[in-house]
Write a protein that binds this ligand. Structure first.
Ligand code: MSP
Length: 651
């Protein structure tokens, strides 16, 4: 691999889903990184694609009465068209039904089978027919047991093929510990290490064709197809020529970053590395899991109808504004909230007010007072104290963008750019070029406007990977030329050529109004009887009301081991805890920071309410609540009397 290589991937999306904001987000993030690396002159490769096999696709095709291949050929277009609309510049789009992929998967399977990395065994256990997955007793819903299974869970005895994943457990733990950048952010790395504290099972990789035929046939047993992950994950290498184009593979692999959502962490940080290890292929440099976009505080889901359609926003505010919002609003790793209010607020403040105003004020004055051409600066444009101070903030933005992008915090990079834009607005305010225009000596006016144009040149370059369309237009309007920005000139002052004509253009970011893309349904009026009953109840309130055993049974109390803890930024009372609950990683936010330092809770076995509705507290996702006893100013955690596994039932 060359030093300047940059290969970035997105997950390949289930082709049956309608593309939503989550898909658009990861793809735009990858696009922004790819564009930034291309500007830096790096040998960049950006791969995205679609995951086209499986039960749901098979069912959808059967329902339509057409072959599965025809179905996927038709629906994949939704993704391809959306990426075009959102100005995504992927270098390749891989579909798991393409021969280059299916052939790659089969060769890998055969090789692993020949080397006894894959074996056949009988599976005797439970099967969830709704999610088409094998489950264990602990996955059963409350109140169910092996003797009383819900109707969607079937006992199953089936012969299948297994990958010897378990034998790589120790190696994987060591690898993750030796390579701190391998899984990012750090708390996701801890989550994977927490998961690996329990014995790792072998991975079932097949389904009998009798049950699922729409998959890749096992080369050593035509009665089976390979199942989901052993198919999908391979795209990252089959898409860059693994075993078929050695030159391409050597040039691209190992990949610099696999971008994924937090829900597919285990598959990417446990299954994929062990698969690669068994194949004898190098590991990717980094697997980066981002958080989820929530609708307000709630999870987006088809059933609640609160899923954001990226096209709605792209149509209304423009693709670039949508791209800017997504990059600026999410602190990578954490969840973020997408609402029309938040969108319009950020759009108006950053784009319409700060950047839009700066641009329109400066351009208007250059058109009016400098014959619509880049003015001729004097030496004072560089040395005058307020100009020099502004230029140092601009240089901070260049440095900030560079370091924050490398640390996967585009939001902070954009913040640094907006700080420079605001400083430039202040500079214009104090230099008052409209007053300078009335003076006889026009040099100070020319200096002010030249400085402002130079700031816009640098900001347009820094924002170029995020808002390619608008920044191209801005570059035109300030006389910076047709081509891509030259990033090696960002710390240099005096790049714009005096006398270059400025091109006319439209205002970049007109102010927006909130108009609710979809109206929320009006709250249902309470029935009069219900209101009466509520009032009666309120009059009879007792201090501790009684509950039934059934009420209590609704609480899923579980033991949990604290794997990692840290303070929540900007909140004195909150700790963010990473827990292991019976092998499942979980994050909760708890108001205990004034009673426990983060390091003192790590390793404790605590008790949590595991089925509390998830909430976002100070921008951090909390999936559950811990139990603590408190009296007056005293607060202590509820822990167990003796050692017991995490995930144990409490009650
Ligand atoms: N096909 C698998 C991935 C295989 S990769 C080898 C898959 N597909 S998916 O279409 O269901 O999801 C793709 C990605 O979208 C996941 O990374 C998931 O985290 C992300 N998102 C789904 N909903 C999301 C949000 N609401 N917000 C952000 N991303 C979310 O899983």
């Amino acid at each position: 691999m060359k030093n300047d290589a940059f290969y970035v991937t997105t997950p390949i999306y289930y082709v049956n889903d309608k593309p939503h904001i989550g898909h658009a987000y990861t793809t735009m993030l990858a696009d922004m990184l790819a564009r930034a690396h291309r500007l830096l002159g790096h040998d960049t490769w950006f791969l995205t694609g679609t995951d086209e096999h499986g039960q749901k696709v098979q069912e959808a095709a059967t329902k339509r009465g057409i072959p599965a291949q025809q179905h996927v050929d038709e629906v994949v277009v939704r993704f391809q068209e959306l990426w075009e609309r959102l100005e995504i510049t992927h270098d390749d789009f891989i579909r798991t039904t393409e021969p280059r992929h299916t052939r790659g998967v089969q060769e890998i399977l055969q090789d692993l089978f020949d080397r006894d990395e894959i074996y056949q065994a009988e599976y005797d256990g439970l099967y969830d027919v709704r999610s088409e997955t094998f489950i264990t007793e602990k996955d059963l819903p409350e109140g169910c047991s092996l003797d009383s299974l819900p109707d969607w869970v079937k006992p199953i005895r089936e012969t299948n093929y297994f990958f010897r994943m378990s034998k790589y457990q120790d190696w994987l733990i060591q690898y993750i510990e030796d390579n701190p950048g391998f899984i990012q952010p750090d708390f996701r790395r801890n989550e994977t290490l927490g998961f690996l504290r329990k014995p790792l099972a072998d991975l079932c990789i097949s389904r009998p064709k009798a049950r699922l035929s729409w998959g890749i046939e096992l080369p050593f047993d035509p009665d089976y197809v390979t199942y989901v992950w052993f198919d999908a994950l391979v795209n990252y290498i089959s898409g860059v020529g693994y075993r078929h184009n050695d030159e391409q593979f050597a040039r691209r692999w190992p990949c610099q970053v696999h971008l994924i959502g937090k829900d597919i962490l285990t598959t990417h940080t446990v299954y994929w590395p062990t698969m690669l290890k068994a194949m004898g292929v190098d590991q990717p440099q980094c697997i980066f899991a981002h958080g989820w976009w929530l609708s307000g505080r709630d999870k987006m889901s088809k059933s609640t109808g609160n899923v954001v359609n990226p096209l709605d926003y792209a149509e209304r505010f423009g693709v670039d504004a949508l791209r800017y919002f997504l990059m600026a609003e999410m602190s990578l790793g954490q969840d973020a909230s997408f609402t029309e209010e938040v969108f319009v607020k950020r759009y108006n403040s950053d784009l319409a007010n700060d950047l839009g105003n700066l641009t329109s004020r400066v351009l208007k004055m250059v058109h009016t007072h400098c014959d619509a051409a880049v003015p001729v600066p004097s030496e004072a444009a560089r040395t005058e104290p307020s100009a020099a101070a502004l230029w140092s903030v601009v240089t901070d933005a260049v440095n900030g963008m560079e370091t924050h992008i490398a640390a996967m915090r585009p939001d902070l990079g954009l913040h640094a750019v907006m700080t420079a834009v605001r400083e430039a607005n202040k500079y214009i305010g104090t230099r008052a070029p409209w007053k300078q225009a009335k003076e006889e000596d026009k040099q100070p006016l020319q200096d002010t406007l030249y400085v402002a144009l130079e700031v816009l040149r640098v900001c347009a370059a820094l924002l170029f990977p995020v808002m390619p369309g608008k920044m191209k237009a801005l570059r035109h309007q300030i006389g910076a030329g047709e081509g891509d920005p030259q990033v090696n000139q960002l710390r240099e002052f005096g790049v714009l050529e005096p006398g270059t004509p400025l091109l006319e253009g439209e205002g970049l970011f007109p102010r927006a109004q909130i108009e609710k893309i979809k109206e929320d349904p009006p709250p249902k009026a309470a029935k009069p009887e219900a209101a009466k009953l509520k009032a009666e109840k309120a009059e009879n309130v007792v201090e501790i009301s009684e509950i039934t055993f059934d009420d209590f049974g609704k609480l899923a109390l579980r033991t949990a081991t604290v794997v990692a803890a840290e303070k929540v930024e900007g909140a004195d009372k909150l700790l963010k805890l990473q827990l292991d609950v019976g092998g499942e990683p979980r994050q909760i936010v708890a108001g205990i920071a004034q009673h426990y330092a983060p390091e003192t809770v790590v390793g404790k076995t605590i008790v949590i309410v595991a089925n509390l509705k998830p909430a976002v507290i100070r921008g951090v996702q909390s999936n559950g609540m811990l139990l603590a006893a408190s009296k007056g100013k005293n607060l202590v955690l509820v822990t167990t009397d003796a050692k017991i596994d995490s995930g144990a039932r409490v009650g």
